[in-house]
Design a protein around this ligand. Structure first.
Ligand code: ADP
Ligand code: ZN
Length: 759
């Protein structure tokens, strides 16, 4: 076989490397190569027209007989690689698990073994086979192995209605108590990890009828039965919205309607029409925690036809899902961010629910934005894209106002529930009255008591975990900071530690101030842990559940907690904003926002938008079933536009003001941004690399260069951080810059195109 110099890109911070590989090996095929420190998977880019004049190594093996990704998805990857200035291999890793390896021993439908074609270098024939496989003409049975789909990690254990028995062994009791403490349901893996109870003990409990174990897939089918008769007749607005989406070609639609206005029903209707055309649906959701409720509805409507790209799935489950997609078994694929790159063929509709959510943007390399790529994918697949939101991003709203997106509005709540009543508590008044900082205002306490008395749920939100935000010495005024990061440490009472939320550093709290030796240390700023403590004292009989990053570190614990709350095993839910979104708690009638101003203090031009979104979403959580809801919003700045408009639930008013501000200050959507971030052992080193980049950019017309400036968090893990912000009126100026001033892969500067976070 003839070996020729071939460019291969590895999933490493390296430029493409040149290896010897069989002539004619098509681009997009994965290969294995040997590096100094082991083997690595790479992707063929093509023959190298100008190979380096050193002795080249040969690749170790060829993984794929032909490119496994559907051709249109390869086009999308090529676009994204250029747009975000990253290698295709880095993107491919997001949609094709490394463990998914085709079987060369299988035969084509004509009875030719793939391995023989490979050994004879018949790449054109293999490519033709791949082509007909992608078109569904060739089956290639057994090409992709399928491993067991059910991970033990996703078995749910649930306490039954049988009363706690008098006679149980201590280990059995441990399991039952843990379950009851978690509100009645936990994932098996979590229960076993936290209690050390064996599977045999659980089996005994199950045989006694005290618990029930259900696999996730069976869970879906149970939900299917529960959800059976939930089909609704669309109202006039919903029908009009669905009818405005032309399924025959590309177009972007913004479906704007308050929470509960029936957007999901519109998606379902469109999905059904898409399936009728024999096409598939790609359905993006912002967070894993939001999928269970949606899955119930999807499974009820499309039994057995839904695949779920779940960040919580283990490798073999992920792999099984990818195989299902590649084999065209699941016509509907639901997933979070990276699912936008799912190897789904023949897409007829793309849905991006809660399109404004920041979680669609990856905060690690490659920093893609799933909503933006969804739109590009719609264009490539020539199918409609529906973005849905109660509080659209300013970018999408602006596009809709300009007529680039089609605006579809839902103005009512079909179930007839009114939007909740929002009551504002001015914390300045509360302070004046009681002469001290108020955590729970009188109205809030009264509200909680009321909802407890009626057997309903209350949810309290505070976007700060831990017990006290930081410790300060009253004698010298200094705070206790992380030795490795430019932030203060947060006190966690349970583990009795001061912790850094950035690098994980922790220390036992000192008795005296390490700066001046005085014993005047005090904690400032309550976090969710303290709120939970105070609630336990104020409402001793209430079942209180705290959900934040500290209580949900184990896989599945978030889901289990949410399930418990959904089923009414919790009276007061306390948590950070991860609680605010998308969940459906039928008994929840009171939401308390402890400090609505918290988000406004971030040095970020989107701070007001985020606060508005959060407050509106939170309000939408309450009163979804048949009871009216109430929101109590505590704030020091009731007149700030983000808060004032949120109280009136006036998105359009907010957007009008916000867009004017963005235009005046030349921020997106009126400009486009690119952020270069650098890190160094000193601030000076970090700055110099950015100065060099700035010099290269300064020749390019149409760019405004701001910086280098210290990042808002100037040091993390002992690395100093600087930013260089680039603003442009035209996207094309940015694209030019990426080509004219490329970065060295693996170098000290990284690029964040269309940045959402400036931390
Ligand atoms: P959204 O996605 O906008 O939050 P949903 O589609 O989830 O709204 O609808 C909220 C609730 O109203 C759901 O329980 C849904 O089944 C119900 N619903 C939606 N449309 C209708 C309708 N036309 N008739 C009756 N109930 C409806
Ligand atoms: Zn730190």
């Amino acid at each position: 076989m003839n070996l020729v110099p071939t460019r291969i890109e590895l999933v490493r911070p390296l430029p493409p490397l040149t290896y010897l590989a069989p002539e004619g090996l098509p681009a997009g095929v994965r290969v294995r190569v040997r590096l100094r420190n082991g083997a690595a998977m790479g992707v063929v880019l093509g023959a190298d027209p100008a190979p380096p004049s050193v002795k080249l190594k040969a690749i170790e093996s060829i993984v794929d007989p032909f490119p496994l990704l559907p051709p249109k998805l390869q086009d999308l990857l090529a676009f994204a690689a250029e747009y975000y200035a990253v290698g295709v291999a880095h993107l491919m890793r997001l949609c094709l698990p490394n463990v998914l390896v085709p079987d060369w021993e299988i035969e084509s439908d004509q009875g030719v073994r793939l391995r023989e074609l490979r050994d004879e270098g018949r790449w054109a024939e293999l490519a033709a086979l791949g082509d007909s496989w992608h078109r569904g003409r060739e089956v290639l049975r057994g090409l992709l192995h399928r491993r067991d789909r059910r991970g033990a990690g996703l078995t749910e254990v649930r306490r039954t209605d049988l009363p706690h028995p008098l006679k149980v062994t201590p280990t059995q009791a441990k399991a039952l108590v843990a379950l009851e403490g978690a509100g009645g349901a936990m994932l098996e893996s979590e229960l076993r990890e936290s209690t050390g109870v064996s599977a045999a003990i659980l089996a005994t409990l199950e045989s006694k009828g005290l618990i029930q174990r259900t696999k996730r897939l069976d869970l879906l089918s149970r939900r299917r039965e529960e959800g059976l008769d939930r089909r609704v007749v669309l109202n006039e607005e919903q029908r009009a919205a669905a009818a405005s989406v032309d399924l025959s070609g590309f177009g972007v639609h913004l479906l704007y309607g308050v929470t509960g206005s029936g957007k999901t029903e519109v998606y379902l209707e469109l999905a059904e029409a898409t399936l009728r055309q024999g096409k598939r649906v790609l359905w993006l959701v912002p967070e894993i925690g939001l999928t269970p409720g949606l899955l119930t509805r999807l499974e009820a409507r499309f039994p057995g036809q839904v695949a779920l790209g779940h960040a919580g799935l283990n490798i073999s489950e992920k792999q099984a899902d990818v195989v299902r997609l590649l084999q065209d078994e699941a016509p509907i694929f639901v997933g979070v961010r990276n699912a936008v790159l799912a190897p789904l063929r023949n897409i007829g509709l793309i849905i991006v629910d809660e399109e404004q959510e920041g979680s669609y943007k990856s905060e690690e390399h490659p920093r893609i934005h799933a909503r933006d790529l969804a739109i590009k994918r719609g264009q490539i697949e020539n199918c409609p894209v529906v973005l849905g939101s109660a509080t659209p991003s300013q970018e999408s709203w602006h596009a809709a106002r300009q007529g680039r997106y089609k605006l579809l509005k839902l103005t009512q709540r079909p179930m007839g529930i009114d939007l909740p009543e929002v009551q504002v508590v001015d914390l300045r008044d509360a302070y004046r009255e009681s002469r001290k900082r108020v955590v729970f205002s009188k109205s809030l306490l009264a509200g909680i008591s009321d909802s407890l008395a009626r057997g309903e749920q209350a949810m309290l939100l505070l976007n700060r975990r831990g017990f006290e935000n930081f410790w300060m010495c009253r004698s010298c005024g200094k705070t206790l900071d992380c030795p490795h990061c430019a932030v203060s440490l947060t006190y966690h009472k349970g583990p009795y530690r001061l912790r850094c939320h950035l690098c994980g550093f922790e220390a036992v709290p000192p008795e005296v101030c390490p700066h001046c030796g005085a014993d005047h240390l005090r904690g400032v700023g309550e976090g969710t842990e303290q709120i939970e403590d105070q609630l336990k004292i104020l409402f001793p009989a209430a079942r209180i559940l705290r959900l934040d990053r500290d209580t949900t570190t184990r896989k599945g614990s978030m889901e289990a907690g949410l399930l418990a709350a959904e089923q009414g095993h919790v009276d007061i839910l306390v948590g950070t904003q991860m609680l605010a979104k998308g969940h459906n708690f039928p008994q929840l009638t009171l939401v308390g926002i402890l400090n609505a101003d918290q988000g406004l203090r971030f040095p970020d031009f989107r701070a007001a938008e985020r606060t508005f979104q959060l407050l509106t979403q939170v309000a939408g959580r309450s009163g979804r079933a048949n009871r009216p809801g109430r929101v109590i919003l505590q704030t020091y700045s009731p007149d700030h536009p983000a808060i004032a408009f949120a109280i009136r639930q006036d998105f359009e008013g907010f957007a009008e003001q916000e867009l004017r501000y963005r235009e005046a200050l030349a921020y997106p959507p009126f400009t486009t941004l690119m952020l270069y971030r650098s890190e160094g052992d000193t601030m000076e080193a970090a700055k110099q690399t950015l100065e060099a980049q700035k010099a290269r950019l300064s020749a390019i017309p149409g760019l405004r260069l701001l910086g280098p400036l210290e990042a808002p968090i100037a040091k993390v893990r002992d690395r100093f951080r600087m930013h260089l912000l680039v603003k442009a009126r035209q996207r094309s100026a940015i694209s030019t810059a990426l080509v004219a001033a490329p970065l060295v892969p693996g170098g000290p500067v990284v690029l964040d195109r269309d940045p959402l976070s400036f931390g």
